[in-house]
Ligand binder design. Structure first.
Ligand SMILES: [Zn+2]
Length: 679
């Protein structure tokens, strides 16, 4: 049988030939792709000519094209339409790919050529994009120790090995703690307040374990509704303390030692590579650039948000006192009374809004917004292959009718699709041999399905989620760069959420909602008082929420921005110190955040937690520009397209942003939008 993945695709728009791919094609195609890519890299290192930008840096960036295509098809399917077979292949493929990428970073002959070009960069007359690519390629080696002497290199490898073990163990401990705990409830009165669906789920959990009554666990879908709705305060306290005590119980699943070791090793690693702290190392490749900027940024917002947060806290405490005679609000009261207060103030539930957000209308709405802003046209086409019947496919063109992109949209949940919503691509954009090769972008969601009697009606949260992913998709579709690794969403981490988050803003604007938020039966446009309520409720308790986000960001920076982590002896004391300025609720001595803070100790968010707020500042500041000039102002939109959306990672994001906005982003825009300051 022919392996279709080993050939150049003979398909319309060069799209992925889903219907002709067999699962058994993937592994051989990826192995072959790795071999081909290796041969391409050998050709670079064996080139008898002196290293140049073209024969080394550019050649490296264009190497492995077929491998990239096949792996993106494979991993996209593993997320959106997987099965046991694909998952098994993924386990075989992943180590092969990471070994291959390690081989590149450790390839000394290749680094020698890259360094030769890098050292001569000032005399090379490179374009801005080329200079960025050179810098990026060089750093992909140097940040992994390519410049170190042999013994130091060895030391770095040891640290890396140890770190990956510790991170893995950290995650395993948190998972084991989460799975170990259950709150067994046998008296139905103890569930008073909990919505029907959550009660059913708790009964189901109990049944699955052969128990009577109801089980509550520390998994979010079980934990969150319980903390939000259950009237029994003692039980909320029990569950909250169990949640906060994860891997902080001085037993075999304890993470305190691991936290201290991770922090020390990261610091050593950074020092070895010539950076003052781990945060300095990480932030070199971020828009924020250095720890000082991040600290100032977080503290600046803290100063402005704190009075609002304290006021909200006082109100909430008073509300709880009036309602239930609570004297001191505790952590386990926060979600519960917030929800009660929110209901009292807004009485806004999803069912009221959903009829105005029929999926088809929302899709048309997003497309119309993109047409008004960027002149894009979306035409549904049925001539290209899809991996599932549910997938919609569009050909996207610009105002002149030029082909811009293929867009796949896959909206409904099904077995084999992971949770959540995301944007991805099947093919990047780049320019090769004078031809602008256009991207294939995909949006995958898990939205409410249509039923026999009702179309798919989205919750407001689903509407903003769609606009969010659509924003990422625009970043991908409008890409216009030369090199694939700098194209579209390949930007610094704290910049990538700007296009997505900024698009969410249109969902709150009358002018935009009028275009698509019409009742699916009557055609009536959504009433403005509902829109006002949506807006107000969106910033409900914004002060406290902000303080919470900042507290995590500041904790992260304390762990990773200090220059003598070897002196830290107590995780809890260190953390208490870091939380001092953001504290609202009394401390719970049995609890510790750091020992289960997986984002920064297991995942990749170390020295990066601030980026959530950072991106919010960017999107609020960017949208304020639209608000000033009109949310469909074509000049502002053109600037956003020309300087941000089309530029990918070709230049420093702050430079790109300033070119669009005319000045640096100001946190005040976010604080204004959040209602934390008045003008
Ligand atoms: Zn996003």
């Amino acid at each position: 049988m022919i392996n279709i993945l080993l050939k150049k695709f003979q398909t319309p728009f060069n799209t992925a030939p889903f219907s002709q791919i067999n699962n058994s094609d993937f592994l051989p195609a990826i192995k072959q792709g790795i071999e081909d890519a290796k041969a391409e890299i050998d050709a670079i290192t064996n080139n008898p000519e002196a290293p140049t930008f073209q024969n080394t840096i550019e050649a490296l960036d264009f190497s492995g094209e077929q491998l990239d295509r096949v792996s993106s098809i494979f991993f996209n399917l593993n997320s959106a339409e997987t099965n046991d077979e694909i998952q098994k292949i993924a386990q075989e493929v992943s180590p092969l790919l990471s070994e291959f990428s390690n081989d590149i970073t450790l390839n000394e002959a290749l680094f020698k050529r890259v360094k030769t070009v890098y050292d001569a960069k000032d005399s090379l007359d490179l374009t801005t994009e080329q200079a960025t690519l050179l810098d990026k390629k060089y750093k992909s080696f140097s940040r992994n120790g390519a410049n170190l002497a042999e013994d130091k290199k060895q030391q770095l490898r040891e640290i890396d090995k140890e770190l990956s073990k510790l991170k893995l163990k950290f995650g395993e401990n948190v998972l084991a703690e989460t799975n170990k705990y259950e709150l067994h409830i046998t008296n139905e009165d103890d569930l008073a307040g909990l919505p029907e669906g959550a009660i059913e789920a708790a009964a189901q959990l109990a049944e699955n374990k052969g128990k009577d009554g109801w089980l509550i666990t520390l998994d979010y879908p079980s934990y969150i509704p319980f903390m939000t709705y259950v009237d029994n305060r003692e039980l909320r306290k029990t569950l909250a303390i169990a949640f906060g005590a994860k891997s902080f119980q001085n037993d075999e699943l304890d993470n305190q030692e691991i936290v201290l070791n991770i922090v020390k090793l990261r610091h050593q690693r950074a020092n070895l590579l010539g950076y003052k702290t781990h945060a300095d190392f990480v932030l070199e490749e971020r828009m924020a650039k250095n720890p000082k900027t991040v600290q100032t940024f977080l503290n600046d917002i803290l100063e402005k948000a704190k009075p609002a947060a304290q006021k909200e806290f006082k109100n909430l405490e008073q509300f709880a006192k009036d309602l239930d005679g609570i004297d001191q609000l505790q952590k386990w009261d926060s979600a519960y009374y917030s929800e009660k207060l929110k209901q009292k103030l807004f009485n806004l539930d999803d069912e009221k809004l959903k009829p105005y957000f029929k999926l088809e209308n929302v899709i048309n709405g997003a497309f119309t917004v993109a047409e008004k802003l960027f002149g894009l046209q979306f035409e549904e086409i049925n001539t290209i292959d899809k991996y599932h019947d549910d997938v919609l496919t569009y050909k996207v063109t610009n105002i002149n009718g030029d082909y811009i992109s293929i867009l796949y949209a896959d909206f409904f949940p099904r077995p084999g699709k992971r949770n959540g919503a995301w944007m991805t691509s099947y093919k990047p954009q780049y320019v090769k041999d004078g031809e602008n090769s256009r991207p294939h972008i995909s949006i995958v969601c898990n939205f409410t399905k249509p039923t026999k009697s009702k179309p798919s009606l989205l919750t407001f949260n689903e509407v903003t989620t769609f606009f969010h992913e659509f924003g990422h998709a625009l970043h991908g579709m409008l890409a216009n760069t030369t090199y694939p690794s700098l194209s579209g969403t390949s930007v610094f981490w704290d910049f990538v959420e700007l296009p997505s988050q900024v698009m969410e803003n249109w969902c709150y604007e009358k002018e935009a909602l009028e275009l698509f938020a019409t009742h699916y039966e009557t055609g009536e446009v959504i009433p403005m008082e509902l829109v006002e309520k949506i807006k107000e409720s969106a910033t409900f308790h914004e002060g406290m929420q902000t303080l919470r986000q900042l507290s995590f960001g500041l904790l992260d920076m304390s762990w990773h921005g200090g220059d003598s982590p070897e002196n830290i002896t107590s995780v809890k004391d260190f953390e208490t110190q870091a939380f001092e300025n953001t504290k609202l609720y009394p401390d719970v001595p049995e609890n510790c955040m750091s020992t289960s803070f997986s984002h920064i100790f297991q995942g990749g968010y170390s020295s990066g937690y601030y980026s959530y707020k950072w991106a919010e500042v960017l999107d609020a500041d960017a949208f304020e520009y639209f608000k000033e000039e009109g949310i469909f102002n074509p000049e502002v939109a053109k600037k956003f397209k020309d300087h941000v959306l089309s530029q990918g990672g070709t230049e420093d994001p702050m430079i790109l942003y300033k070119r669009f906005r005319g000045k640096e982003p100001q946190p005040e825009a976010l604080l204004r939008r959040a209602g934390l300051i008045k003008n």
